[in-house]
Write a protein that binds this ligand. Structure first.
Ligand code: GRF
Length: 195
């Protein structure tokens, strides 16, 4: 059977990593097995490291704070991804701006908690909640050199309900993320196989 390998990069809680491990890892879609072959985290102590352990996976820690600049950090990450044989890299709450050292060599997708191109950047949940928008949402896109700017793969929106708090807004976003990211991975990897 054809196996396709993916790398997952994260920085924090890792709830999206867990969704990938539950819904995609070592499972077969259209005759293709998808395997998470590498987990990388740039923050020692991130809770996602524990979540990966529950699925029998060790996380490689590449501590961004220890590198002199973004390019050197990106080069270290790229080296491990290339070594792993992953054909797709998934940024699942990976809170780093990536340089061309990464974007020119690695095919990657990113999850972003807004309806792009609205609310790019690190504060999308709060900014979209505080906006006048009657819709919130989530996007998955290919990664290029522009922050939150690559070609869109999937988007899903939800309606603002009366009295919604920031916490309600955030939970709604996370629930959608846990669906849309695994679905996007499956879509990309099975489409490329022409099945
Ligand atoms: C998600 O909201 C993602 O969209 C954003 O960071 C958060 C990561 O959450 N980029 P988790 O670490 O997967 O729980």
């Amino acid at each position: 059977m054809l196996t396709k390998k993916i790398a997952v990069l994260f920085s924090g809680s890792g709830s999206n990593l867990e969704a990938i491990l539950k819904k995609v890892h070592n499972q077969i879609f259209n005759g293709i097995k998808i395997e998470v072959c590498l987990c990388i985290c740039n923050k020692p102590g991130a809770y996602g490291i524990e979540r990966a352990k529950k699925f029998g996976l060790d996380t490689m820690i590449i501590e961004s704070a220890k590198f002199a600049n973004r390019e050197e950090f990106d080069a270290a990450v790229v080296e491990q991804i290339l070594k792993s044989g992953a054909e797709l890299t998934v940024l699942a709450g990976f809170m780093r701006i990536l340089t061309p050292v990464f974007t020119s060599k690695i095919k990657a997708i990113n999850l972003h908690p807004s309806i792009l191109p609205l609310f790019k950047g690190a504060h999308a949940i709060k900014e979209s909640f505080e906006s006048e928008m009657m819709l919130g949402g989530v996007s998955v896109h290919f990664v290029n050199e522009e922050l939150d700017g690559g070609e869109l793969i999937a988007q899903r929106a939800f309606e603002r309900e009366d009295g919604m708090s920031l916490e309600d807004w955030e939970s709604k976003i996370h629930a959608i993320e846990h669906e849309i990211l695994p679905e996007s991975i499956i879509k990309i990897l099975t489409k490329e196989a022409n099945v």
